[in-house]
Design a binder for this molecule. Structure first.
Ligand SMILES: Nc1ncnc2c1ncn2[C@@H]1O[C@H](COP(=O)(O)OP(=O)(O)OP(=O)(O)O)[C@@H](O)[C@H]1O
Length: 266
C-alpha cells in the first residue's frame, strides 16, 4: 500500500514575515499507522500538517504522499488522498447549511446524488451530528462545528486522515466518540494534539516537534514515559501515566486495527 505512505524529507518552511517554523523535518509514516505529532505551542505542528494536504507547498525539502511528491501539479491528487481537519473549524465550513458543507466534497468528485446523500448521512451519523444537517454552520457551538468539520472530511472517504487538534472544544462524550471512531479508521491517521491522554488511547507512535525540528520519533508509550524529553518539549505525562488512581484502571491502549489487506497494523 505504498500509495498511503507519508514521507517528509528535510522540510523547511519560513513564513513571509521571515519567521522560520520548520527547520529540517524528516519522517516516514507507513500505511495504517496512527501517529501523534506533539509539541509546545508554536513548535510547528500546524505548519507541518498544512504541508500534508498541500495547503502549503515545500519551500525546501520534500513531502511525498504515496507515489506522488507534493507539487502544484499533484495537488488535486494529494487532496483526494489526504483528508484534513483544520485546527479552526470555521476555516472548513462555508456553506449555508451543514448538509451542503458535508456534501461539497462528494459533489465535487462528481458522485451521483444518491451516493452523495448516502455519504452525507453516514458521515454525519458517525460523528453524531445528523440532527444538525439543516442548521447554518455559523450558528453552531464550537464542538458542533468540529463534529461537522470532521464529517465533511469523512464524506470524502480519504485514505489518510490528518487532524489538527481534533478533540479541542469537544465535550467528554463527543471526545470519547471521536477516539472510538478513529480507532476504527483502518487507514493512516496523523493527529497534532496537546491531548496526550487521547494519544495514549489511540496512537502507537509519536513525533515530538520542538522549535521546528523533530526532537523525538518513537513508540508512544516510551515517549510518554520519558519525563526529561516531555519536559524539554513543555509537555507532561498523560494523567493515566501519572499514577492517577481514578483513571489508571480504565487504561486501554492504542488502536489495534486491521488494514484492508488483513495485516495487523503496528
Ligand atoms: N501566518 C504566520 N506568519 C508568521 N508566523 C507564523 C504564522 N503562522 C504560524 N507562525 C509561527 O510559526 C511557528 C509555528 O506555528 P504553528 O502554528 O505551526 O505551531 P503549533 O505547534 O501548531 O502551535 P499551537 O500548538 O499553538 O497550535 C510559531 O512560532 C508561529 O508563531
Amino acid at each position: 500500500m505504498s500509495h498511503h505512505i507519508v514521507e517528509v524529507g528535510d522540510l523547511h518552511y519560513t513564513y513571509p514575515d521571515g519567521h522560520s517554523a520548520l527547520s529540517g523535518v524528516s519522517f516516514r509514516i507507513t500505511h495504517g499507522e496512527t501517529v501523534a505529532v506533539v509539541g509546545a505551542n508554536g513548535a510547528g505542528k500546524s505548519t507541518l500538517l498544512l504541508h500534508l494536504n498541500g495547503c502549503l507547498v515545500p519551500q525546501s525539502g520534500t513531502v511525498r504522499i504515496g507515489d506522488f511528491p507534493l507539487t502544484r501539479k499533484t495537488l488535486q491528487h494529494v487532496r483526494r488522498t489526504v483528508g484534513m481537519v483544520f485546527q479552526d473549524a470555521d476555516d472548513q465550513l462555508f456553506m449555508p447549511h451543514v448538509y451542503d458543507d458535508v456534501a461539497f466534497g462528494p459533489l465535487n468528485l462528481g458522485l451521483p446524488p444518491e451516493e452523495v446523500d448516502r455519504r452525507v448521512t453516514n458521515a454525519l451519523s458517525t460523528v453524531g451530528a445528523l440532527h444538525l444537517k439543516d442548521r447554518p454552520p455559523y450558528r453552531l457551538s464550537g464542538g458542533e462545528k468540529r463534529a461537522v468539520a470532521i464529517a465533511s472530511v469523512l464524506s470524502m472517504s480519504p485514505d489518510i486522515l490528518v487532524m489538527d487538534e481534533p478533540t479541542s472544544n469537544l465535550d467528554p462524550k463527543s471526545r470519547r466518540q471521536l477516539i472510538e471512531l478513529l480507532r476504527t479508521f483502518h487507514h493512516t491517521v496523523i493527529v497534532a494534539t496537546h491531548d496526550l491522554d487521547m494519544v495514549l488511547d489511540l496512537c502507537s507512535r509519536i513525533i515530538v516537534l520542538h522549535r521546528g525540528t523533530v526532537a523525538a520519533d518513537g513508540p508512544a508509550r516510551e515517549i510518554l514515559q520519558n519525563d526529561e524529553l516531555l519536559d524539554s518539549a513543555r509537555l507532561e505525562r498523560p494523567l493515566r501515566l501519572q499514577g492517577c488512581p481514578v483513571c489508571s484502571p480504565r487504561e486501554s491502549g492504542p488502536r489495534q486495527g486491521f488494514t484492508p489487506d488483513g495485516d495487523e497494523s503496528p
